[in-house]
Design a protein around this ligand. Structure first.
Ligand SMILES: Nc1ncnc2c1ncn2[C@@H]1O[C@H](COP(=O)(O)OP(=O)(O)OP(=O)(O)O)[C@@H](O)[C@H]1O
Ligand SMILES: [Mg+2]
Length: 232
């Protein structure tokens, strides 16, 4: 699995990205560059378009203006099949409410993204065990998500996101439903794991302390993304 482009160009580049829902323009002329391994936070009020932006980057929504290139390829021009192929394993997401698969045990949730990669069962097991160990869940491998605490579920979701060595991790309020102690633990792990795996990180958060794990903070206001941090 490759981790980032090899030409030294940006990993992710958005140029003039716009997105409307009906008459309402949600994203307006978004410019953004993220380099391999770079960590960028996006802050901004509720409804300003942060999650919509991540959905466009993840390929879950299609922008109606502009260009998104990832690893040198224009995502907005790729067909569905090539898009899925490019994304698989190279962009991972972490959400506020975990999005774990309830019918799979903890270790199976982490293994799941690897089922699509050509990899032996032994290698999959080894990687899963290693990551569960790293997020402090080795002993919870057989648990069902419904038996886990919020903090455990989010650490599991982190392991699942990192298992493919993604070039880019998109995290949308990953500590939003955790108490401060668990939130801190998850943030520490997110920070450590993205560094270890050399993954770039785009972190949406309301919490300026959380944004502190990033080297750059951007601000979204009414669909406009700016480098300058607004005074809150
Ligand atoms: N699928 C959709 N259809 C119609 N409108 C939508 C859709 N998704 C989002 N919106 C609208 O787009 C705007 C931006 O939503 P978005 O979820 O991106 O905001 P956000 O910045 O992530 O907010 P929050 O901090 O509350 O998560 C909101 O007004 C929302 O109602
Ligand atoms: Mg949101």
């Amino acid at each position: 699995m490759q981790n980032g482009p090899d030409d030294g160009g940006p990993l992710l580049e958005l140029e003039g990205v716009g997105k409307s829902y009906g008459p309402q323009q949600i994203l307006k002329g978004i410019q953004l560059r993220v380099m391999s391994g770079e960590r960028v936070a996006i802050m901004g009020p509720s409804g300003s378009g942060k999650s919509t932006l991540l959905s466009c980057i993840a390929g879950l929504e299609t922008p109606d203006q502009g260009r998104i290139s990832f690893m040198g390829q224009d995502l907005t021009r790729l067909g569905e099949a090539r898009l899925t192929e490019l994304r698989r394993g190279t962009i991972s997401s972490v959400f506020q409410f975990f999005h774990l698969l309830p019918t799979l045990r903890a270790w199976e949730n982490v293994e799941f993204p690897l089922l699509l990669a050509r990899m032996s069962q032994a290698e999959r097991r080894e990687r899963v065990d290693h990551l569960l160990e790293e997020v402090g869940l080795a002993r919870r491998a057989q648990a069902w998500p419904s038996e886990m605490s919020g903090g455990e579920m989010q650490r599991l979701a982190l392991a699942r996101a990192l298992i493919t060595n993604p070039a880019l991790v998109l995290a949308d309020e990953p500590t939003g439903s955790l108490d401060s102690r668990n939130g801190e633990r998850v943030l520490d792990m997110l920070s450590q794991l993205t560094r270890q795996h050399r993954s770039a990180l785009l972190l949406v958060t309301h919490d300026s302390q959380a944004a502190g794990i990033c080297s750059r903070i951007l601000h979204m206001t009414d669909g406009i993304l700016s480098e300058q941090q607004a005074v809150e």
